[in-house]
Design a binder for this molecule. Structure first.
Ligand SMILES: Nc1ncnc2c1ncn2[C@@H]1O[C@H](COP(=O)(O)OP(=O)(O)OP(=O)(O)O)[C@@H](O)[C@H]1O
Ligand SMILES: [Mg+2]
Length: 281
């Protein structure tokens, strides 16, 4: 018996039907005193377990505003969510109370940012900060959380984790701080990780190490990853699918190889043309 759907949709794999995180028709405005910025306009993004979705697009195209919407982290005011839904685990995150969303933040869905200091408390030792996430989201005792936090620092490749555990963020290099933020994000074993330009502020060699680390941890824990980046070479190497944003809209989305080989949208072609080294990579 011939199943026409399997022949006409060869890229569909079992389990593809249910994205873990599905943003559908999201619109986000920033209502400023004298103007309204339509930062995100009818954007749909889906990511499955074990998959990396890259979101690319020039500065101001709405990548961060869309990503921050998942955990409702845009400052409000001026942010207003004007439409769409964000489904995770059968629930619309935009409709949850702050309290319900608080249980999902950091436990089921975690974020890492460009600047670790936005997440890390400068006055608290880094080990304690990682342990605190576990105390918040699990029933672990103080001793159990400390032990698991130490293991998390080790897992993200921090040398001599026991000594680092007791240090403050300012005592660490940028690369180590980024690793601590990743440990903080991943220690509670979230199912979705949203990484917004996680390596932009780092040296090129450290960037590579951090990306390799994210890929390793993603595979180990079967996470869905949304990776926002300016770097199309990184997209080519790490992502399964890519969404291209321009002026608040997704102008093109698909498998990375398809989109990079045959960009359908003129803006995507411009973006690819501006990255001449990609073809050599
Ligand atoms: N808190 C805010 N208040 C007012 N406007 C904002 C705010 N955050 C974002 N915007 C506006 O929304 C639009 C989208 O911004 P966003 O930060 O999502 O862009 P981006 O694609 O992440 O850019 P970049 O690559 O520079 O990080 C921009 O016009 C920006 O000025
Ligand atoms: Mg941004």
């Amino acid at each position: 018996m011939t199943d026409h759907r399997t022949t006409t949709e060869p890229s569909r794999r079992p389990g593809d039907e249910q994205p873990l995180l599905a943003i559908d028709g999201l619109s986000v405005d920033f209502r400023l005193p004298t103007s309204v910025v339509h930062a995100v306009q009818d954007v749909s993004l889906h990511v499955h377990a074990g998959e990396t979705l890259a979101v690319v697009g020039e500065s101001g195209s709405g990548k961060s505003a869309a990503a921050l919407s998942v955990l409702r982290l845009n400052p409000s005011p001026p942010c207003v969510y004007t439409g769409g839904e964000i489904r995770f685990d059968g629930r619309d995150l935009l409709k949850l109370s702050e309290r319900e969303l608080g249980r999902i933040r950091g436990r089921d869905i975690a974020m890492v940012f460009q600047d670790p200091m936005t997440c890390l408390d400068p006055l608290q030792r880094v080990g304690g900060q990682v342990a605190e996430v576990l105390r918040l989201h699990t029933g672990m005792s103080r001793a159990e959380a400390a032990e698991a936090a130490l293991a998390a620092l080790d897992e993200v490749g921090i040398p001599d984790p026991a000594a680092r555990y007791r240090q403050y963020p300012h005592e660490l290099s940028g690369g180590l701080r980024q690793r601590v933020m990743i440990a903080t994000a991943l220690v509670a074993r979230p199912r979705v990780l949203i990484a917004d330009e996680p390596t932009t502020a780092l040296d090129v060699t450290v960037q590579r190490q951090i990306l390799d680390l994210l890929v390793t941890l993603q595979h180990r824990h079967d996470m869905a990853v949304v990776l926002i980046t300016h770097d199309l070479a990184v997209v080519a190497e790490t992502a399964d699918r890519v969404a291209v944003m321009n002026q608040g809209k997704v102008v093109e989305t698909g498998d990375v190889l398809d989109v990079f080989d045959r960009p359908a949208d003129p803006y995507t072609r411009t973006l690819l043309a501006a990255t001449p080294r990609l073809e050599a990579a």
